[in-house]
Design a binder for this molecule. Structure first.
Ligand SMILES: *[C@@H]1O[C@H](CO)[C@@H](O)[C@H](O)[C@H]1NC(C)=O
Ligand SMILES: *[C@@H]1O[C@H](CO)[C@@H](O)[C@H](O)[C@H]1NC(C)=O
Ligand SMILES: *[C@@H]1O[C@H](CO)[C@@H](O)[C@H](O)[C@H]1NC(C)=O
Length: 426
């Protein structure tokens, strides 16, 4: 199996019903490839190795190494061989400006081994005209495996200091800040054994990817950093996120539109805003989100746990969602559906439309709630939630002796062994 760095990657696995690791067959595929290169990451000088050092990276943390990285990429991506390795050697720091590693590539498999530390520009001004939505991107690359136990540090403080979210009084405040690592239209790919810290905004984003595994990553940003989602996925299918730990200023994992078949298991979240499906349907679009399975997750001190949020103006569906084997430690809204989501409280009027939420299962969920409403199913009057199943749930207040409640509106389904007793309509 893949090795797990026990130094700072260790965390408690709380699940009882472990999910089998061969979902979609993708994990086994990656594991097999992973073990074959384990003995030959730095020492061997094969022709399939492309080290940024050989292409002139200064690795002093001061000089911009972007050009060296791009030249290395060009060589690794165009080499007429079945598999190539892009190497970022250990114990060095590489300063990179915003760049995109563009495919498609000749090799059907590319290992992108980050062992050192990659840092972003210190100041937002370095973007100076460049697309502020991203820092490092991979586009149109299949069979890409980013690995290596290194660190990617977005050094987002400069962006946080000017974010409109927390500094609306600043005349030049910004709402868009760079995502640290973007995968766009990358299929059969993975990110493993990486640490991502202090992104200016979202840390890791998947867009338009099919068959993607995120395994054993650590994502860390301060609790008060604005919009620093851990992972955001949209327009993607067959994605696994596992064995990972998130502490962020926003959602640990957020799931956007055009999604199917997402498995998230063995993850730890906190601080952060929880694991969120949504917000969806903001522009009145037809939402298509289905087959999401979240299990064996531990939430500590987060604002939300298992959350689904949709805008009333949206249409379409969120269906076949399972949350099971979750543990909460002092979470404000452990279980929440907000089908009346609005970024300003009560500023959105009641609509005839809504994103239909159905077949959502909550099973084996335990722990403490720091808010009064441990279960909040706030569904729309026009388009209620259907087929909600709640089974084996016990949530109590963080404050001993205090009660927590379940509050439902327009939510239909069944419950077995649920405390606080839920309020589903049959
Ligand atoms: C990197 O640093 C570690 C710890 O100082 C050391 O054990 C290791 O040999 C170094 N690796 C290389 C390739 O220099
Ligand atoms: C990955 O798959 C998507 C959806 O099937 C496709 O649009 C995209 O072009 C593929 N990417 C590559 C690099 O082949
Ligand atoms: C449900 O949503 C409505 C509309 O946003 C809001 O006014 C109400 O407070 C919510 N109820 C609960 C229990 O959160």
């Amino acid at each position: 199996m893949l090795s797990i760095n026990t130094e700072d990657r260790s965390y408690t696995l709380i699940g009882r019903n472990k999910v089998s690791p061969d979902m979609f067959g993708v994990v086994l595929f990656i594991v097999a490839l992973g073990s074959s290169h384990a003995s030959c990451i730095f020492d061997c000088k094969d022709e399939d190795h492309f080290s940024v050092t050989d292409y002139g990276a200064k690795s002093d943390g001061q000089t911009d190494d972007s050009q060296a990285f791009l030249e290395t990429w060009d060589a690794a991506c165009t080499a007429p061989i079945p598999s190539s390795r892009f190497i970022v050697p250990p114990n060095k720091t590489y300063l990179l400006n915003p760049i995109i590693f563009q495919g498609p590539c000749q090799p059907t498999t590319i290992y992108f081994i980050i062992s050192g530390r990659i840092i972003g520009p210190e100041l937002p001004s370095e973007w100076n005209g460049k697309d502020a939505s991203g820092w490092l991107g991979f586009k149109d690359v299949n069979g890409l495996n980013v690995d290596g136990f290194g660190t990617v540090d977005g050094r987002g403080q400069g962006w946080w200091d000017q974010s409109c979210r927390y500094h609306p009084q600043l005349k030049q405040c910004t709402t868009l800040a760079p995502t640290a690592l973007k995968f766009m239209e990358c299929n059969d790919s993975s990110v493993s054994n990486l640490k991502l810290v202090n992104s200016a905004q979202t840390h890791l984003l998947l867009r338009g990817c099919d068959s993607f595994v995120v395994n054993n990553v650590v994502i860390e940003s301060p609790a008060n950093s604005p919009n620093t989602d851990g992972i955001h996925i949209h327009s993607s299918h067959n994605v696994i996120i596992t064995n990972s730990k998130f502490s962020t200023g926003d959602d640990c994992i957020s799931i956007g539109d055009r999604i199917s078949n997402i498995k998230i298991y063995n993850v730890v979240c906190g601080p952060g805003h929880g694991i969120s499906i949504g917000s969806l349907g903001r522009r009145g679009n037809y939402v298509q989100v289905e087959k999401i399975h979240v299990s064996d997750a531990f939430f500590k001190g987060t604002t939300n746990g298992a959350r689904i949020k949709t805008w009333q103006v949206g249409r379409g569906y969120v269906r076949d969602v399972t949350f099971e084997n979750l543990m909460f430690d002092s979470v404000q809204n452990p279980i929440i559906i907000d089908q009346n989501y609005c970024d300003v409280r009560n500023a959105c009027k009641e609509e005839e439309t809504g994103v239909e939420i159905s077949n959502v299962r909550y099973k084996e969920i335990y722990g403490t709630s720091s808010g009064d409403i441990a279960v909040n199913l706030n569904c729309s009057y026009s388009v209620p939630c259907y087929e909600i199943l709640m089974e084996s749930i016990e949530l109590v207040s963080t404050t001993p002796g205090e009660d927590v409640i379940a509050d439902c509106a327009n939510a239909y389904g069944q419950e077995f062994d649920v405390s606080p007793a839920s309020c589903l309509l049959n």
